[in-house]
Design a protein around this ligand. Structure first.
Ligand code: BTN
Length: 268
């Protein structure tokens, strides 16, 4: 595989216009999971906003115990520590998904989609995933937000890796070489912007999610606590999760932590 430009902390820091997100940045050449490293810093309140990058993970993880695979030097692998936050995880995931989708869309030159709750899709293929982990904080909740973006992978990597979703990389989609340092700045700047928006209330986050959602108004089949449900996605609630008009009648909310989308389609 070609040697791509390395993640460079000085370049990222120079491109940030944030107060909190990325106020400290650490880079690991190789580690187990950037989420694990971020948790090691969680006991010190000064580390709020700390961002850990890695070029390679030996034990990268995704939602619902999935592995997150990436060849060395090919992705953005980063985790951000958000300490003692009063915000609900459901809303924080929406906010992060909106931010990462915004940054990716800028590099694509067209709109990427959010597949609720934590995936970013381009042309029907997954290009990025988010993993939000939480622990009790001193007065509220400590979060680590992990972000993985496929940047330089070639098609054959996704063909040989056994993945749950069809996947792609930004280089495949743009037919060029994405600058990971600029994309990293764009992600961290967008995250801070949308976290500020979130402080004013959930309505703008929900509106933006709706504008970018691949599920809204689509028929979905999902698994919730080992039971299957089917229906039309009719909205999102910042606390209760995805709202579905069930085929069997009635409306029900599904929380991200307990739900997996098995299938989605245009309305039947
Ligand atoms: C998913 O799609 O299920 C979420 C994937 C999240 C992957 C990122 S890569 C950086 C951070 N470290 C991890 O171990 N996971 C997240």
């Amino acid at each position: 595989m070609t040697d791509f430009a390395a993640i460079d902390v000085d370049i990222i820091e120079a491109g940030l216009n944030t107060r909190l997100v990325g106020n400290k940045i650490l880079l690991h050449k190789a580690t187990s999971s950037t989420n694990d490293i971020a948790w090691e810093y969680a006991s010190n309140p000064d580390n709020d906003g700390l961002c850990i990058f890695a070029e390679q993970q030996h034990a990268g993880r995704g939602r619902r115990r999935n592995k997150w695979l990436s060849p060395p030097g090919c992705s953005i692998l980063c985790s951000i520590l958000l300490l003692d936050t009063a915000c609900a995880g459901e809303l924080l995931t929406l906010t992060a998904a909106v931010a990462v989708t915004d940054a990716i869309s800028k590099h694509l030159g067209h709109k990427a989609n959010i597949k609720w709750p934590n995936d970013v899709f381009v042309n029907g293929r997954k290009v990025a995933g988010l993993l939000l982990e939480s622990r009790p904080g001193p007065t509220a909740v400590d979060y680590v937000l992990g972000i993985g973006v496929n940047c330089h992978q070639e098609r054959d990597f996704f063909e040989t890796a056994q993945l749950h979703n069809p996947a792609t990389s930004l280089d495949i989609e743009t037919r060029s070489t994405v600058d990971r340092n600029i994309l990293a700045c764009d992600i961290l700047n967008a995250l801070e912007h949308w976290l500020d928006v979130m402080q004013t209330g959930p309505q703008d986050i929900i509106a933006k999610w709706k504008a970018n959602s691949s599920l809204l108004a689509h028929h979905v089949v999902l698994e919730h606590d080992r039971r299957r449900f089917a229906g039309n996605c009719i909205g999102i609630d910042p606390a209760r999760g995805m709202i579905v008009q069930l085929d069997t009648g009635g409306v029900r909310a599904f929380q991200a932590a307990h739900t997996t989308i098995l299938k989605q389609s245009i309305n039947p």
